[in-house]
Structure formats: structure tokens, C-alpha cells
Design a protein around this ligand. Structure first.
Ligand code: GLV
Ligand code: MG
Length: 346
């Protein structure tokens, strides 16, 4: 464990100082694009206004013989576009892969000033973050990068789940974590071929004493992991995200999975298909009526203390904090989304 004094020191001479507080950003959806495809790169200018984060994917789903083209395509799209308030991320290949060293050296040295976050797959423990942290500091120093590039870990191995708190606490460069349900299922030996979402056989059966029909109720396979991830992240001031939902033909189940994650504390999700962008926007922007009510609470308790009744419901310091979470998020959404801004004010 580092000392308090050294925790915030840059890890290389000439590297930018780490953030003490993570930058405030609206990240309702991390929209994945395969950067080796020319026709996808051509659509980036329109995409910038539609999503909160654009992520150039270099890892799984990119064929081995296209890894270099994906890396070059990402550098090209980073250089060619002005992303404004939309964040630019990349998912690099995992640390044991033959591609990761070139992913990092080429991307950081050629377009590091445009890059906000690196998503690191298959994180097993804090040692993975420490390695990337040090290497990034070297590359930032070499390239004269002014703003530190953050690290986002994917939680997708049993070992990573065991070490989740140490990963969350590993570095001031940590941005947050996403659930990786496909790799995690494989790593844990779960018996499912689905990418996220529920499973019809994961259920509880009503007790025969109260229900002779023995109705079965499907449970959420990911509840435990998401809860663990939210606690680890929030305790360390970083953000938790749901991850991929692979069944594009089932938008209703996707929306329910996203909403469960949102209600439990996640701030965003991945969108792997254009149809999931609207779902993520709907789910990860606070509800209009709930926001109006939350604003009433803040107005009724300007200093956040005491107790008041609003519409028959008791409010106190704790509900004031709940209302603040919702209002702060709504304020961020208003900056990006004029339609929702009107709805929140109306
Ligand atoms: C994502 O990378 C997953 O494995 O689910
Ligand atoms: Mg994965």
C-alpha cells in the first residue's frame, strides 16, 4: 500500500499529476464501435451527438487478423474528429495478449491527448492496474500529454471479483468498472451461453404450502456481482457500469437489465447496437417525475437538515442526499440533452 503522500504523485517525470477527484462526466452509454471498418469510421461525426461515450474496441469481437487495422482505424478516427463533450475511450487487448504493447504505445503516442479512458479487460487484481498505470505515465511523459488518461477495469474473472476492493483502490487513475458477464460466466463455470441478462432456469419456486401450482419466479443472475461492484466502486469514489447485453432481439429484457443496474447504483452501460442507445438514454437519465419531486425536496430543505413533509411523505437528511444524487445527474443530462432539459423543467 502506498503512503498518502505518494498516492497522488505522477509515476513518471513529466507525466501529468493524477486527478484528485475524477472529472464529472455524463456517461449513460459507452457505445462500442469496431474501428477497422471504414463505413463505421465514416459515421463517427453523426454518432458524436447521439452518445455520451464512443469506444473504439480492439479486443474480443475483433478478429486476430484485423487487430492492427482496428488499432490504426482507432487512431485515424481519434485524429479526424472533434468529440466536443463526448468522451473518447478505447478497449485495448488484455495484458497477456501479443497486441497490447503496440495498442498502448501507438495509441498514446499518436492520439493520447484525445483519449479520455482506456478500458482494460480481464483485470485479475491491483497488479494489472499498477502495470498499466506505470506504463501510461511513461507514455504520457514521452508524448507531452497534459491530462491523465484514466483506466476503466472490466470485472470479468472470478479472481477479479475476489480482488474487487483492491482493484477499486489501486490508483487515482481508476475511472470505474464494468461488469463483463460473458467472460465472467466462463471464468466462474456458470452454465449459460448468454451475454448478460437473465436465465429462465435461475429461479425460485413458490413453497408448495402456499402455492399448489408452484409458480417459479426468475431471479437476477447478476444481482450479487453488481451489488459487490457498486459498493467497491462507490466506496472508492469511482463509477460502476453494467456491461454488454447480447440479445439485440429482446429490447424489453435489455431495458429491464439496464434499469436494475441503474436502480442499484450503476451510472451507465455499454451499447453494442444502435438500438441500445435509446434504451440506455431512457434508463440512465433520471425519471422526469422523480426529478421534479427530488427538486422539491432540495428546495424545501435548503441546508439539507431537519425534517419536512412533502405530498404526505417524510423527508430528512438521508432523503435530501438521495434527491441530490438524482438532481445532480439531471443537471448533467440537461447540458447534453435539450429535450430532457425541457421535460425536467416543465
Ligand atoms: C465483456 O467483455 C464480457 O465478457 O461480457
Ligand atoms: Mg469480455
Amino acid at each position: 500500500m502506498k503512503t498518502y503522500r505518494s498516492f497522488y504523485q505522477p509515476l513518471a517525470i513529466g507525466a501529468p499529476a493524477p486527478f484528485r477527484e475524477p472529472p464529472v462526466a455524463l456517461e449513460r452509454m459507452i457505445h462500442f464501435v469496431p474501428p477497422h471498418l471504414e463505413k463505421i469510421r465514416a459515421k463517427i461525426p453523426q454518432l458524436i451527438n447521439q452518445v455520451d461515450v464512443i469506444l473504439g474496441n480492439l479486443e474480443d469481437a475483433i478478429p486476430a487478423d484485423q487487430k492492427e487495422a482496428a488499432r490504426q482505424g482507432f487512431i485515424e478516427m481519434a485524429k479526424a474528429n472533434d468529440f466536443g463533450s463526448t468522451k473518447l475511450w478505447t478497449r485495448i487487448n488484455s495484458l497477456e495478449s501479443p497486441w497490447v504493447l503496440d495498442d498502448l504505445t501507438e495509441i498514446v503516442t499518436q492520439c493520447g491527448n484525445k483519449l479520455d479512458v482506456i478500458m482494460l479487460p480481464k483485470v485479475n487484481g491491483p497488479w494489472d492496474i499498477h502495470f498499466l498505470d506505470q506504463l501510461l505515465a511513461q507514455l504520457e511523459a514521452k508524448s507531452g500529454i497534459k491530462k491523465p488518461i484514466l483506466i476503466h477495469a472490466i470485472l470479468e474473472t472470478a479472481e477479479g471479483v475476489n480482488n474487487i476492493e483492491a482493484i477499486a483502490a489501486s490508483s487515482p487513475r481508476m475511472h470505474g468498472m464494468s461488469l463483463g458477464p460473458a467472460d465472467l460466466a466462463a471464468s466462474r463455470g456458470m452454465k449459460t451461453t448468454r451475454v448478460g441478462g437473465g436465465h429462465p432456469e435461475y429461479k425460485v419456486l413458490a413453497d408448495s404450502a402456499i402455492n399448489s401450482q408452484r409458480t417459479g419466479y426468475q431471479q437476477d443472475l447478476w444481482h450479487y456481482t453488481i451489488g459487490k461492484m457498486v459498493d467497491a466502486c462507490m466506496a472508492h469514489g469511482i463509477k460502476a457500469f453494467y456491461g454488454p447485453f447480447g440479445d439485440f432481439s429482446d429490447p424489453e429484457a435489455c431495458e429491464v437489465q439496464f434499469r436494475n443496474a441503474f436502480l442499484m447504483g450503476c451510472v451507465g452501460t455499454w451499447s453494442l447496437h444502435p438500438s441500445q442507445v435509446a434504451i440506455a438514454k431512457r434508463v440512465f437519465s433520471p425519471d422526469v417525475e422523480e426529478t421534479k419531486f427530488a427538486r422539491k425536496i432540495l428546495e424545501a430543505m435548503p441546508d439539507g437538515t431537519g425534517a419536512v413533509m412533502i405530498d404526505g411523505k417524510m423527508q430528512d437528511d438521508a432523503t435530501w442526499k438521495q434527491a441530490k444524487v438524482i438532481c445532480d445527474l439531471a443537471d448533467l443530462v440537461c447540458e447534453k440533452d435539450p429535450e430532457l432539459a425541457q421535460a425536467y423543467q416543465g
